[in-house]
Design a protein around this ligand. Structure first.
Ligand SMILES: NC(=O)c1ccc[n+]([C@@H]2O[C@H](COP(=O)([O-])OP(=O)(O)OC[C@H]3O[C@@H](n4cnc5c(N)ncnc54)[C@H](O)[C@@H]3O)[C@@H](O)[C@H]2O)c1
Length: 363
């Protein structure tokens, strides 16, 4: 007899869940059974749009519901901890949107609670599931470009060319920036830092120049790092480009990655946005370019693959790529950059504490 589908609930059905819902539609492993949000108007809209008839404004009703197996936490970051810990204590499998928490202490507490179980836990970061990035990782592991020497991430954020994010979803980010956790490094940057670790491993030390050109925009910035177990050096350059038309169905974020090896090159030319019409993944070696233009390149594909991996991992009784421990590692990397930018010195992720971050941000 086929196993029954897992039943999922969302706590928080805000802007990002528009990309989560298509992953649940027609998924063989999981059905979206219950929606929770304190915003009743939004709940009514999602119920109508998605046809999920069970809704509640009280998260405790989600945790007490014995028919729910898996809880997704999609609220603003500073609210993640309470929902994650209570859902784990209620015996649910828990998926939380990145970044896991706003401090290392909170993130470590959540990761430790998740390890005790009984439910499985993961922190969704969709970039490592983006098909061109998945293929690039395969090429790296197959040694297609030899030993990696440098990896360079580039982010250009624009203001127009994509849809408008609802003001309500933007406002809480302003309060985050006041605490030093800006959009480009701590929030959206989480994806790039996650990918940097996913491709080449643990980070040893970082240096950074970080400016603030506009509101909560922590850019322009130039960030450098070295890896712990590899010779490779990494960099991440960030620029706010207010007058650049940034073509995207999602957010005006133009991302590119260049990876240089001893015998070849890999170029990843898009992710959230698509401002150039090049193939998403290009490999150069032995005097020849290979264009991977058959890959799925719509950013939605990264959410669909990432979200569907979790119920499969639960069934197969395995971790996903994005464990609580990995989330803590990414946060350490992000905080090391924030501290390095503020103090103007090299910082090792391993030395970062919440006190050091507070001192660096508030003086
Ligand atoms: N993967 C990505 O690319 C990506 C992009 C954007 C946002 N995110 C992450 O997703 C999370 C949510 O971001 P968003 O842009 O959807 O924010 P949002 O403000 O649009 O949505 C958050 C929702 O949580 C609800 N909420 C708040 N308190 C609640 C409570 N006590 N009970 C139930 N619901 C509650 C709010 O009413 C709101 O609808 C954040 O962690 C953010 O970093 C990820």
């Amino acid at each position: 007899m086929p196993e029954r589908k897992l039943r999922a609930a969302m706590i928080g059905v805000g802007d990002i869940t528009l990309l989560h819902y298509p992953a649940y539609r027609d998924c063989p492993d999981v059905e979206l059974a219950l929606l929770c949000d304190v915003d009743e108007n939004l709940l009514a809209r999602r119920r109508a749009e998605w046809g999920v008839t069970r809704t509640t404004t009280d998260y405790r009703a989600v945790l007490q519901d014995p028919t729910i197996d898996l809880v997704e936490v999609n609220t603003p970051h500073h609210l993640h901890k309470k929902f994650v810990l209570e859902a784990l204590a209620a015996g649910k499998h828990v998926a939380c949107q990145k970044p896991l928490a706003t401090s290392l202490a909170e993130a470590e507490e959540m990761a430790a609670a998740a390890r005790r179980g009984p439910g499985r836990f993961r922190v969704l970061e969709n970039f490592v599931f983006y098909p061109p990035y998945v293929k690039a990782k395969e090429l790296l592991e197959a040694g297609e470009i030899g030993e990696v020497l440098t990896i360079r991430f580039k982010l250009g954020t624009g203001l127009f060319g994509s849809r408008w994010v609802p003001l309500k979803s933007e406002l809480w980010h302003l309060l985050e920036y006041e605490q030093g956790r800006g959009q480009a490094i701590f929030d959206d940057g989480y994806h790039k830092l996650s990918t940097a670790i996913h491709f080449l491993g643990a980070i040893e030390a970082v240096k950074a120049f970080v400016d603030c050109s506009f509101a909560y925009v922590d850019e322009p910035a130039q960030i450098l790092w070295c890896y712990r177990d590899k010779r490779a050096l990494g960099s991440f350059d960030i620029a706010f480009q207010p007058n650049l038309y940034t073509r995207s169905k999602y957010f005006p974020a133009d991302e590119r990655i260049d990876i240089v090896g001893t015998k070849g090159l890999i170029q990843l030319t898009r992710c959230t946005a698509q401002i150039l019409d090049e193939p998403a993944l290009i490999l150069y070696r032995d005097g020849r370019r290979t264009l991977f233009d058959e890959l799925e390149t719509d950013w939605q594909a990264s959410f669909t693959a990432g979200i569907r991996d979790f119920p499969r991992a639960i069934r197969e009784n395995r971790d996903t790529l994005l464990t609580g421990e990995r989330a803590v590692e990414i946060l350490r990397f992000a905080f090391a950059i924030i501290v390095a930018g503020r103090l103007g010195r090299e910082v090792r992720p391993a030395e970062v504490t919440d006190d050091l971050v507070r001192e660096a941000v508030h003086g």
